[in-house]
Ligand binder design. Structure first.
Ligand code: ZN
Length: 1104
């Protein structure tokens, strides 16, 4: 999470639920930006202990290294690259052609003759087609104009005249990606879809939006998305409202974001990166409509645009569509020079130190003392770097910070100077790369020691170099990620775009950025000759001898939140005092007018301008992925599940599931600690560093987690809401490797499972401190997921157990465990050992073991003997006893969980107090009773409510960053949630009005088949996300684990497709009768006090 890669915004923020698959497995995703600062590609779930994520460059799947075993993604992709002739179009000139064999991409760079726009077209075999248009938009101040514009252009345009075409697309397309981002120096608009007709629809709406937005002629858009003064009655105080205004208030509530902002600004005192393109809430109201419109006309010209396509669609059609939009414009030769980013010179002679306050709540003398954050930052280059320098830097970053056993990260954590790492090392998405590293949770007397330790560690490494096994592990890890190119549900085309844009946007070669084979080979040659010298030299040049360095310290302030509130109130009071009655009446009128516009429905003729699919364009059948289940494989007592896919590029994805139902319920909250330990403390003869290097050297990553899956009860009707007593609990060891390294992968699995070092007291204390810090950040920054988990814990046994492990109550658990680890470690160790002994019970453990494998035919052939070998050696008796049948008998934890729920998760409205300027408001309850059959129509209606009524009222009118709902068919529980919300009581009123609004919509739908179709298409889009190979395997595995039949899935899909207006009515009526609803809210003390004045009272708890 390096600070410069901080992408300030993504429009779709706040949506719940990742893509990909069966509704039953929807988890609450973090609602924040799609890529929350950091390199968005790769970084798939199974990268081990690595926080800085995927490698920064792109590499092709091919030859050399890794024993040449990661293959090109498919034979056809390389053919695509070679055999495709260059497509020509009279309106475009071909600037350059190239192939990127790494990704099987045939690339053509075009220039639109009339307008001067550049267009890069990649022909690949990926059916998840991607389109993006990027403008260079360097800001001059922190009014957030690029960010506000990013939101605003999607609010209606010349051809597409609804208030918010973006949300209409969100509601009713098959998009696999639909969003926009503001960087510190550019703004990107991106769409992706697997359906060609849908893809063209999305491109048309986005292209018209960026070039002809309503926002530049209608000040109401800027008012709504940016900021405006609001006044309802003459005697009320004035307030500021606006979507971006509140979004940025939320961002600035988090100490981590504040630290990142200050770090970035300190290191770039002179160029565009020294201001905040996202907007500083204190400065946003300085932006006038005229300046806003001017910014659009200056930067949103085709001549300042870079248009990108990737996928298997027709290249000539791409050119035709874009020509229609670009031909409206004459070339503007001054556009590009006018948006050039100036280089920040490395000009500090001595390192700079700065201090800023961050808000903490005033808890009196109770609780722990508030701590500081500190981070040291370098500007690495003030000239372009070579490709070899870049890849060397990427590997160096991994060596220093890539895993918890990397030298810099490890040294800082072991020092005990702070609780958790801050600053993600290298950030290289902008023109100039930076590096930053520090700690949070630092006592004031230790602040200076952190920087000293960072410098000492770097000096030591520069002197001594890196050990050979560390080099091998980091090289392999980076290379594996480059070659695998596993972007999960994130479109591959978008990853390619971001990669090429990192050069192209600075007028460098867009395709060179995607190639890694040559620089990698050069780096390898250098290592072969001189070992780690290249890295030692780089540390000296870029870090030790580089004085353009800053250290930022954030210190706690109990009064800051209050001061900011007061400052804003006084500012508004001053404005009000300066206005006469007529002016104020003008503001009142404008407030009413804006609300009226926001509340008005788009007329049908406007809605009809937005192109959409027909129901007949939708796929009727559920997509099933291959699965072959072999119980008691080769008489080992273990079940093996295999998913044989078309191609997995020579990689095997493996998960070993081990039953944990025997663990006593009191120890369940320790499961996250146990899985964490298994990943990080080392095992057997390997200490943590040696184990981490062994994993890095031979695999693509190994991780350990726990899983709870609700299952269908034997004999119960499929699709019925379960009582929540039937579920399966597993510990999962997950990893991937090339097929020739499978023995090594399995041997690591076995080692971790049996011999993880549970007795590493110092390391465990360190981990718990980091956990505590992470949990606090989550509560503060993703309060909606915390609120949702809390609500679910009151109605569902599984929800209760999940909350215990990862919700707000788990913060107390971590604090208790930390205490026990420090003061009575033997007792903690005894608990952990008992848990492991239970999990590995000689007699029953094999019955609960499932090995889940995903690969292609060649992979399965190669790994067969490794699998058999692994199974034979696993702990436990192959002829042991059976575990209980979880499909017929309640889970052993269920009884106790139910008893505890009554006291620990009562049906009361709870408020959790944290220092923040925004609220996260949750309300939920039981929508379906146990035993009732949930129809697929429910997912259509719930989604409709979230993207329609909730979006309009919580976001557009209320000014929150997000408003949505979540419904889980399996347990019948429904919740409303808001994200970075300026309101609290008002939002609850919005929730209470949902049922009435839904009834009205149901009525409208009787005469508006298009609205109904839109809702259905959107729901189908959610079910049909693009999946990576391991996600396909894992989805089908979970489907099987629940004992859900393919017929049931098809029935559910048929119901979705056949949803009728009456289903909306039925859902609304259920909502009206929502059983025992309750609230969970994360907010500030001041907001709870205000809510209480409005009659909404909560049982309050101070969290931090
Ligand atoms: Zn935004």
């Amino acid at each position: 999470m390096a600070f410069l890669a901080h992408i300030v915004s993504s429009l779709g923020g706040g949506s719940v639920g990742g893509r990909g698959g069966a509704t039953a497995f929807r988890a609450v995703a973090s609602g924040a930006a799609v890529f929350r600062g950091g390199r968005p590609f790769g970084a798939s779930a199974s990268s081990p202990a690595s926080s800085s994520g995927a490698a920064a460059r792109f590499v092709r799947p091919s030859t050399t290294c890794l024993g040449s075993t990661i293959e090109a993604s498919s034979a056809s992709s390389s053919r695509t690259a070679e055999a495709t002739a260059v497509v020509e179009h009279p309106s475009f000139e071909v600037v350059r052609t190239d192939t990127v064999p790494e990704y099987g991409a045939a690339c053509t760079l075009y220039r639109h003759k009339k307008s001067g726009a550049e267009l890069l077209s990649l022909a690949t075999d990926d059916d998840n087609k991607c389109f993006g248009i990027t403008f260079r938009t360097p800001p001059r101040d922190s009014t957030g104009v690029p960010h506000i514009l990013e939101h605003s252009v999607l609010c209606g345009s010349r051809k597409y005249t609804t208030k918010d075409p973006f949300v209409q697309l969100l509601q009713g397309s098959l998009q696999t990606f639909l969003n926009a981002f503001t960087y510190p120096d550019r703004t990107c608009y991106v769409v992706a879809s697997q359906n060609t007709k849908d893809f063209y629809n999305l491109i048309n709406v986005y292209s018209d939006a960026v070039f002809h937005p309503r926002a530049v002629s209608d000040p109401m858009v800027h008012a709504q998305e940016g900021w405006h003064l609001e006044l309802e009655k003459m005697d009320d105080p004035l307030t500021y409202k606006g979507v971006v205004y509140n979004e940025m208030k939320g961002v600035y509530s988090s100490p981590d974001s504040l630290l990142q902002r200050e770090a970035q600004q300190s290191i770039f005192p002179d160029n565009a990166y020294g201001v905040d393109s996202g907007g500083d809430p204190a400065v946003i109201p300085d932006l006038s409509f005229e300046q806003f419109a001017e910014f659009h006309s200056k930067y949103y010209h085709p001549a300042n645009s870079r248009i990108f396509f990737a996928g298997d669609d027709d290249v000539s059609r791409r050119l035709e569509i874009m020509d229609e939009y670009l031909s409206d414009f004459e070339d503007s030769p001054e556009s590009k020079p006018g948006s050039i980013i100036e280089w920040q010179k490395k000009r500090y002679v001595d390192p700079v130190r700065v201090r800023y306050p961050y808000p903490v709540s005033d808890k009196g003398d109770e609780g722990e003392p508030d701590t500081h954050l500190t981070m040291t930052n370098w500007l690495l280059n003030d000239r372009p770097m070579t490709a070899t320098e870049e890849i060397t830097l990427t590997v160096l970053d991994h060596l220093l910070t890539g895993t918890t056993s990397s030298i810099l990260r490890k040294t800082l954590m072991e020092s005990g100077l702070g609780d958790a790492i801050t600053g993600g090392g290298l950030s290289d998405e902008l023109m100039q790369a930076t590096f930053s590293m520090g700690l949070k949770g630092v006592r004031p007397e230790n602040v200076d020691k952190v920087e000293e330790l960072v410098m000492d560690t770097l000096r030591k490494v520069a002197e001594e170099g890196f050990p050979e096994d560390a080099l091998a592990a980091s090289m392999n890890t980076v290379e594996f990620q480059l070659r695998e190119f596993n972007t999960g549900s994130f479109p591959k085309g978008l990853s390619l775009m971001l990669g090429s844009m990192s050069k192209w946007v600075y007028d460098r070669d867009p395709t060179e950025a995607l190639k890694f084979e040559e620089p990698l080979a050069e780096l390898k040659a250098s290592i072969a000759g001189d070992g780690s010298k290249v890295f030692q030299d780089m540390i000296r040049e870029f870090l030790l001898e580089n004085t353009h360095r800053t250290t930022v310290e954030m210190y706690p302030s109990k009064s800051l939140e209050e001061e900011q509130l007061t400052e804003e109130k006084e500012r508004l009071a001053k404005i009000k005092a300066s206005l006469n009655e007529e002016d104020l009446q003008g503001i009142i009128d404008k407030t009413i007018a804006l609300k009226k516009i926001q509340a008005a429905e788009d007329p049908p003729e406007a809605r009809a301008t937005i192109p959409s699919l027909d129901l007949s364009d939708l796929k009727r059948e559920v997509t099933e992925y291959p699965i072959r289940v072999s119980e008691n494989e080769s008489n080992t007592g273990v079940t093996v599940v295999r998913h044989e896919l078309g191609s997995t590029s020579g990689i095997v994805y493996a998960s070993m599931a081990v039953d944990v139902s025997g663990i006593s319920f009191e120890d369940v909250p320790l499961l996250p600690l146990l899985t964490h330990i298994m990943m990080e403390t080392g095992a057997g003869e390997y200490d943590s560093v040696a184990l981490s290097r062994r994993i890095g050297m031979h695999t693509g990553g190994v991780s350990v987690s726990s899983m709870i899956v609700g299952v269908n009860q034997e004999g119960a009707a499929e699709g019925a809401v379960t009582g929540g007593e039937h579920f399966i609990t597993k510990l999962m060891i997950t990893g991937k490797s090339t097929s020739d390294k499978t023995d090594e992968l399995f041997s690591i699995f076995d080692l971790i499972l049996r011999d993880a070092r549970l007795d590493s007291q110092a390391k465990i204390i360190e981990m718990l401190r980091e956990d505590k810090s992470d949990k606090e950040s989550t509560i503060q920054g993703s309060g909606h997921s915390i609120a949702n988990a809390r609500i679910r814990s009151r109605y569902s046994v599984i929800g209760y157990i999940n909350e215990k492990m990862s919700g707000v109550s788990s913060l107390d658990t971590v604090k208790e465990l930390l205490d026990q680890a420090k003061n009575d470690f033997p007792a903690l160790l005894a608990r952990l050992e008992k848990m492991r002994n239970t999990i590995l019970d000689q007699s029953t453990c094999r019955d609960g073991m499932i090995l889940d494998l995903t690969g292609d035919a060649a992979v399965f052939e190669k790994i067969e003997s490794s699998v058999q070998n692994f199974l034979t050696k696993l702990p436990g008796d192959s002829q042991g006893s059976k575990l209980q049948n979880f499909y017929s008998k309640p889970h052993p934890w269920a009884v106790q969980a139910k008893e505890e729920m009554a006291t620990s998760a009562p049906l009361v409205d709870e408020g959790f107090i944290v220092p923040t300027q925004v609220s996260y408001v949750g309300k939920g309850g039981r929508l379906y009773n146990v035993g009732e059959i949930v129809s697929g129509t429910s997912s259509v209606v719930s989604r409709f409510l979230g993207t329609g009524y909730m979006w309009d009222n919580v976001r557009v009118i209320g000014g929150a960053y997000g408003g949505f709902c979540q419904f889980q068919p399996r347990d019948g529980i429904f919740s409303f949630l808001s994200y970075r919300d300026p309101n609290l009581a008002g939002t609850i009123d919005v929730y209470d009005g949902a049922c009435k609004a839904l009834l009205a919509s149901a009525k409208d739908m009787e005469t508006d088949p298009d609205a109904l179709a839109t809702a259905i298409i959107g729901a189908i889009g959610d079910m049909d996300g693009a999946l990576s190979p391991n996600q396909k395997g894992s989805l089908q595995f979970k489907r099987w684990l629940t004992r859900e039949s393919p017929e049931q899935r098809q029935k559910f899909r048929d119901e979705v497709l056949n949803t009728k207006p009456s289903d909306f009515k039925e859902f609304a009526e259920r909502l009206k009768a929502l059983k025992d609803p309750s609230l969970a809210v994360v907010s500030s003390r001041a907001a709870f006090e205000d809510a209480s004045k409005a009659g909404k009272t909560f049982t309050l708890k101070d969290i931090m």
